[in-house]
Design a protein around this ligand. Structure first.
Ligand SMILES: NC(=O)c1ccc[n+]([C@@H]2O[C@H](COP(=O)([O-])OP(=O)(O)OC[C@H]3O[C@@H](n4cnc5c(N)ncnc54)[C@H](OP(=O)(O)O)[C@@H]3O)[C@@H](O)[C@H]2O)c1
Length: 302
């Protein structure tokens, strides 16, 4: 639902997942037909047609952030299971209402955070859980991309509507990763935000988790960043460049350096497979991207 800039990568992700890509839905049927032809998808639909089509059991929402709530409500009321692009909603009230509706209608609702489900991050989480780097003490992660002040190039919704700014856009990646790898709830946090016009263009934050792990994140539209995640434990550390899509990372331990490497066809297929696994197990929330996990991310978004 929503055939914008990210849609081609989601299409590719579904193609490499356990799911079957049945239809593309756009506000404009001609756009839908054009893209169905381009990507070889059988059914070109409008949003209204999609909601009525009984063959559809999962909708992947990839519309502007400020419309996620309205679109999720429509899909849940039409008895569709829903995966919603990050950030799932722009405030806690929307999140509570949609998860309640999903629960009442016996449907699965999940925030799409591809970065937590790539083969590399799965492997690294496994190594951390096995104790390979000991107890985690500190995590640092950043996602910053220099837009060189060309905010006019952004979609209008990403600067003047709810859910606008770099924190909602790319800041959610380091935050989601740190929350996931710390395996703990946030105890306390501090934010340093810079606003330009009506939206956040730079943000950094310090997080203290209930289990004592410290984290720092940084995001910006003003300059490029190193865009790495560093995870420091009592017995070693792991370092990942472009952690939301990479297939390689570096493990430093006992004075030696090792490469962690996996294969991956699409950075989107892991989250889609996870969603389908949850449905197959009749789960009503993902054990990884649950309502609570989305709330923990939302706490830090402004
Ligand atoms: N996971 C990732 O790596 C990743 C990367 C980029 C973006 N995203 C997320 O994906 C979502 C979409 O981002 P995008 O960059 O693809 O956005 P975009 O290029 O602006 O596309 C959004 C699409 O939403 C649909 N839409 C419905 N109502 C609309 C309205 N009133 N105004 C504008 N568009 C409307 C349109 O599709 P139709 O014309 O077909 O209806 C439009 O093409 C966002 O939530 C964003 O955070 C995720």
């Amino acid at each position: 639902m929503g055939l914008g800039k990210i849609a081609p990568r989601i299409i590719n992700g579904i193609r490499h997942s356990k799911g079957h890509l049945y239809a593309l839905a756009s506000r404009d049927i001609n756009k839908s037909r054009r893209l169905c032809q381009e990507y070889g998808v059988e059914n070109a639909l409008t949003y209204e047609m999609m909601l009525e089509d009984q063959n559809i059991d999962i909708v992947y929402i990839a519309t502007p952030n400020y419309l996620h709530y309205e679109h999720a409500l429509k899909c849940l009321n039409a008895h569709k299971n829903v995966i919603v692009e990050k950030p799932i909603f722009t405030n806690e009230k929307e999140l509570e209402l949609c998860f309640k509706l999903a629960n009442d209608n016996n449907l699965l609702l999940m925030e799409a955070h591809k970065g937590l489900f790539t083969p590399l991050i799965k492997k690294i989480k496994g190594l951390i859980d096995e104790g390979v780097i000991g107890d985690i003490k500190m995590i640092e992660a950043q996602d910053a991309s220099n837009l060189k002040g060309r905010y006019d190039l952004l979609s209008a919704w990403s600067k003047d509507k709810a859910g606008a700014g770099c924190l909602f856009d790319i800041g959610v990646y380091p935050i989601a990763l740190e929350n996931f790898l710390s395996s703990s709830k946030i105890k306390d946090y501090q934010l340093d935000l810079k606003n330009e016009q009506s939206f956040v263009t730079f943000a950094q934050g310090q997080i203290i988790y209930e289990n004592g792990i410290r984290a720092h994140f940084l995001t910006s539209w003003e300059s490029d960043g190193e865009n790495c995640a560093h995870i420091y434990g009592t017995k070693g550390s792991i370092h990942i460049h472009n952690f939301w899509k990479n297939t390689k990372a570096k493990l430093l331990k006992d004075g030696c350096e090792e490469t962690i490497e996996v294969s991956m066809a699409s950075d989107f297929s892991g989250e889609i497979d996870h969603f389908i696994d949850c449905l197959d197990q009749s789960l009503r929330q993902s054990p990884i991207m649950s309502k609570e996990a989305s709330l923990e991310i939302l706490k830090l978004l402004r």
